[in-house]
Design a protein around this ligand. Structure first.
Ligand code: PLP
Length: 462
C-alpha cells in the first residue's frame, strides 16, 4: 500500500515502542525484561476470577445480560460500585481527619463522584485517547510532565498535537516551572492552543514520583489563572493508573479506625483499600476542570482491561459519543466480572495482597541495585507502583541506539530508555541518560539476575 492512500493519522502513526518492548519480552525466552509494564504473573487472581465468573454466569440476574451487548457508558452496577470505590479512595468515610500535607479539611460535594459522570472504558488507555480526541485539534498543545508515560506521547504524536514539558522533581511537579511555561506560551500568543494538562499523579510512570494533593491544588489554581488569556477552560487529566499499588497501605490513611483496628486489619489481610493522597477531584472548586482516569488493570488483572473515567460536561457526553463510534461499550462480561469482584470483597483482598507483593519485589530490586550498580548511577526508590528510575552520568547515553542499550540486549536484559519518556519539546534537549526499570513482571530471581547483568554492563561502560 502506498503511503499517500493513508490519512494524516495513518501516515503519522509509527509503531509504538510499547509494542516492540512487549514483543521482545515475550519472544526471547532467555531475555529478562525489566522494561514492559506487565504486572506480576504469579499474583494474577486466577481462582478468584474463576469464582467471580461462575457467580456471574450462574445467576439468572446476571448470566444472560453478561453475555449480551451493554450500553455505551457502561454497566450501571459497575458504574455505581466504581464511583463508591473512588469516593472511598479519596475520602475514606466523611468526616475524617486528613494528614497534614493534604490541605485544609473541606466538604467535597457528593456529585463529584456521581456514577452519572462515570464512563467505563476499554482500559484507561481508551479514556486517554478519547479525551485527547474529544478535546484537541491538530496543532493544539498538551502540557505533560517531563518525563511522562510514553504511550500517551504516542497519542499526541499520532494526533498531530504538540507537547510542552513541565519539570518533575523527586517531590512531584515543579509548579514554578509550570507558571513560566504558561507565561511563555502567553507571550508567544499560543495560550489559546493549550487545552489540557496530563498528570500521572501516583507513583508515576516512569519515575515512581507522586505529586501531592497540595500540588494538585496549586496546579489547578495556575491553570485557572491562565484560562482568561486562553479564552477557554484548561482541563487537568489526572491519570491514577498506579494509585492502588501503594506499598504502605496505611501511610496517609484517611480513616477513623483506631491504630489497633488498623493493625488487626493488616494482620487479617483484609484491608480493602489504601487511601493516601486524595485525587484532584477533591480539590475545592475543581469539579468542572478535572478528568480522572482510573483502571482495574494494574490493581486486579491487566488482561481484563477495564478502566474508567470521571468527566465534567460537556466532555462526558462528547467522549461517550465518540466511544459509541469506537465500540459502543466495553466488554459486558468483563464489566460483570469486575463488578462481582468489587461487590464481593475479592477485589479489596487482592489489592491488599498485591501491595505487599510489590513492596517485597521493590525491596529485592533495591538491594540488587545497591549491590550491583556503580556509584555513579543515581536512582529513585518508589513508594508504590512498578518502577525504579535510574540516572547515569549525563554523558552516558541509554537510548535505543546507545552502547548501553545494545550491550544490555546482548546480555539478555531489557530496560526502557529514558529518552522515549520525554516529549518533543522545542524549548529543551531531550535527556537521554536515564532508564526505567520495572520489578512488575520479573520473578525475584530474575530481578536479582537482571540487575546483576545490567550492573555489569554499566560498570563496563561508565
Ligand atoms: C500511566 C499509565 N496510564 C494508563 C495505562 C493504561 O492502562 P490500562 O489501559 O490497562 O488501564 C498505563 C499502562 O501501563 C500506564 O502506565
Amino acid at each position: 500500500m502506498k503511503l499517500h492512500v493513508l490519512s494524516k493519522i495513518g501516515q503519522r502513526t509509527t509503531e509504538p515502542p510499547i509494542s516492540w518492548l512487549m514483543h521482545a519480552a515475550l519472544s526471547r525466552p532467555k531475555l529478562i525484561s525489566l522494561a514492559a509494564g506487565f504486572t506480576d504473573s504469579a499474583s494474577l487472581p486466577v481462582a478468584e476470577a474463576r469464582a467471580a465468573l461462575n457467580q456471574v454466569l450462574r445467576s439468572p440476574k446476571t448470566g444472560r445480560p453478561a453475555l449480551q451487548y451493554g450500553i455505551t457508558a457502561g454497566d450501571t452496577t459497575l458504574r455505581q460500585l466504581t464511583a463508591a470505590h473512588l469516593r472511598k479512595l479519596d475520602l475514606g468515610g466523611t468526616p475524617c481527619r486528613r494528614p497534614q500535607n493534604q490541605g485544609r479539611r473541606h466538604a467535597v460535594p457528593p456529585e463529584r463522584y456521581s456514577p452519572k459522570r462515570l464512563l467505563i472504558t476499554g482500559g484507561s488507555q481508551q479514556l486517554l485517547y478519547l479525551t485527547a480526541e474529544a478535546l484537541c485539534n491538530e496543532g493544539d498543545i498538551v502540557l505533560v510532565e517531563d518525563p511522562t508515560y510514553f504511550v500517551f506521547l504516542g497519542i499526541l504524536q499520532s494526533r498531530g498535537l504538540r507537547a510542552r514539558a513541565v519539570r518533575l522533581g523527586r517531590d512531584g511537579l515543579d509548579l514554578a516551572h509550570l507558571e513560566r511555561v504558561l507565561q511563555s506560551l502567553k507571550r508567544s500568543g499560543e495560550l489559546h492552543r493549550v487545552k489540557l494538562f496530563y498528570l500521572v499523579s501516583y507513583f508515576q510512570n516512569p519515575t515512581g514520583v507522586t505529586t501531592s494533593f497540595q500540588k494538585k491544588c496549586g496546579l489547578l489554581k495556575l491553570l485557572k489563572k491562565f484560562e482568561r488569556a486562553a479564552g477557554h477552560p484548561i482541563y487537568l487529566l489526572e491519570d491514577a493508573a498506579y494509585r492502588e499499588l501503594r506499598f504502605d497501605p496505611v501511610a496517609g490513611v484517611c480513616d477513623r479506625r483506631t491504630s489497633d483496628e488498623m493493625a488487626n486489619s493488616r494482620r487479617s489481610q483484609t484491608a480493602a483499600t489504601s487511601y493516601g493522597e486524595r485525587s484532584a477531584l477533591a480539590v475545592p472548586g475543581a469539579a468542572e476542570r478535572v478528568i480522572y482516569a482510573g483502571t482495574f488493570s494494574k490493581p486486579f488483572a491487566t488482561g481484563v482491561r477495564v478502566g474508567y473515567g470521571i468527566l465534567p460536561e460537556p466532555l462526558f457526553t462528547a467522549v461517550k459519543h465518540i466511544k459509541g463510534n469506537h465500540d459502543f461499550g466495553t466488554s459486558n462480561l468483563l464489566q460483570h466480572l469486575v463488578a462481582r469482584t468489587l461487590a464481593s470483597g475479592i477485589y479489596g483482598r487482592h489489592v491488599a495482597q498485591l501491595q505487599k507483593r510489590y513492596a517485597h519485589k521493590a525491596r529485592v530490586m533495591k538491594l540488587a541495585i545497591k549491590k550491583h550498580f556503580p556509584p555513579a548511577v543515581g536512582w529513585w526508590e518508589p513508594e508504590g507502583g512498578l518502577y525504579f528510575w535510574a540516572r547515569l552520568p549525563r554523558n552516558v547515553s541509554t537510548g535505543l541506539k546507545s552502547k548501553v542499550f545494545s550491550t544490555a540486549l546482548k546480555n539478555d536484559v531489557l530496560y526502557v530508555p529514558g529518552e522515549i519518556c520525554y516529549a518533543a519539546d522545542p524549548s529543551r534537549r531531550k535527556p537521554n541518560h536515564e532508564m526505567r526499570i520495572s520489578f512488575g513482571s520479573a520473578s525475584e530471581a530474575d530481578i536479582r539476575e537482571g540487575i546483576k547483568r545490567l550492573g555489569k554492563v554499566l560498570r563496563k561502560l561508565i
